[in-house]
Design a protein around this ligand. Structure first.
Ligand SMILES: NC(=O)c1ccc[n+]([C@@H]2O[C@H](COP(=O)([O-])OP(=O)(O)OC[C@H]3O[C@@H](n4cnc5c(N)ncnc54)[C@H](OP(=O)(O)O)[C@@H]3O)[C@@H](O)[C@H]2O)c1
Length: 252
């Protein structure tokens, strides 16, 4: 199995690498941190994988395309592309600075496009392949305080739906929508991580969904109920943000 995976240096991507390494896959692993990439690659090789690594930033269109062309030159076809690299941050709209919001869109949307589109000619030619995009529960729920993250994950939901409807039927597209899964991203979030599951548990569920070629996978199940109750829940969640604006109005 030939697999290209972004965001392999930590969290979900790192553990997906180990899971597919145990199956003896040929893995192309990418991320920006060279040392972490090398240590994940070494462990994957020990687990039975053949590995190539690419130290690239997914928001760099040309570097990402070069890494994909290099991987494609080593294989006859690609089986699975997992666009997993992502970045999360709160908006902090009261600061009036769009820098972090733009970074989120660059990595989570432009990065996904840069990762997936260069594989499409080969997938269409070979009439096979599977594209997995890591969205989020935020693909369905625009949290107060995290508009750019929700926008980025709503955007990849739209991309995955449109690409599924456009590509040949033998090319599958899966949108993975995790709730909270332990990772470096959730480590920065403090204590507000309801229904959090371990990285291993999350990755086991993701791999099962990918094996079944699911179109969309929202997990754990409780988040499907939360999404159904988006309006009342977001009403209560917005109260502390509005109170903070009231309190800080004179300082702005
Ligand atoms: N954990 C959760 O609760 C959760 C919930 C919903 C969705 N997700 C999604 O799951 C995906 C994986 O996140 P995670 O939770 O595993 O977080 P993580 O541990 O922080 O991993 C993020 C990965 O993305 C890579 N990355 C970030 N910016 C990049 C860039 N500009 N170019 C290339 N690689 C970049 C990081 O590698 P480098 O720093 O080495 O580049 C790292 O390998 C993300 O798309 C995230 O939005 C996570």
């Amino acid at each position: 199995m030939n697999i290209f995976l972004t965001g392999a240096t930590s969290g979900i991507g790192e553990h997906l690498s180990y899971k597919y390494a145990k199956r003896g896959a040929f893995l192309a692993l990418s991320g920006r941190r060279r040392e972490k990439l090398d240590s994940v690659a070494k462990k994957c090789e020990e687990l039975g994988a053949k590995v190539v690594t690419y130290c690239v930033d997914v928001s760099d269109q040309h570097a990402t395309k070069e890494s994909i062309q290099d991987f494609l030159s080593k294989i006859s076809h690609v089986d699975l592309v997992i666009a997993n690299a992502g970045f999360g941050h709160i908006d902090q709209i009261h600061k009036g600075d769009p820098t972090v919001l733009n970074k989120i869109i660059d990595i989570n949307v432009i990065g996904v496009i840069n990762t997936v589109i260069p594989f499409m000619p080969s997938m269409i030619k070979n009439n096979r392949g599977h594209i997995a995009i890591v969205g989020s529960v935020a693909s369905h729920f625009a949290w107060p305080g995290a508009g750019a993250y929700a926008a980025s994950k709503h955007a990849v939901k739209a991309l995955s739906q449109s690409w599924r409807r456009t590509l040949p039927k033998n090319v599958d597209v899966t949108l993975i929508c995790p709730g909270f899964v332990k990772s470096e991203m959730t480590d920065t979030m403090g204590t507000w991580t309801p229904f959090m599951i371990s990285t291993e548990d999350g990755v086991n569920r993701i791999v099962k969904a990918l094996d079944k070629k699911k179109k969309m996978f929202i997990f754990p199940f409780v988040w499907r109920l939360v999404i159904l109750l988006e309006k009342p829940i977001s009403y209560f969640m917005s109260i502390p943000f509005r109170k903070a604006h009231e309190k800080n109005r004179n300082k702005l």
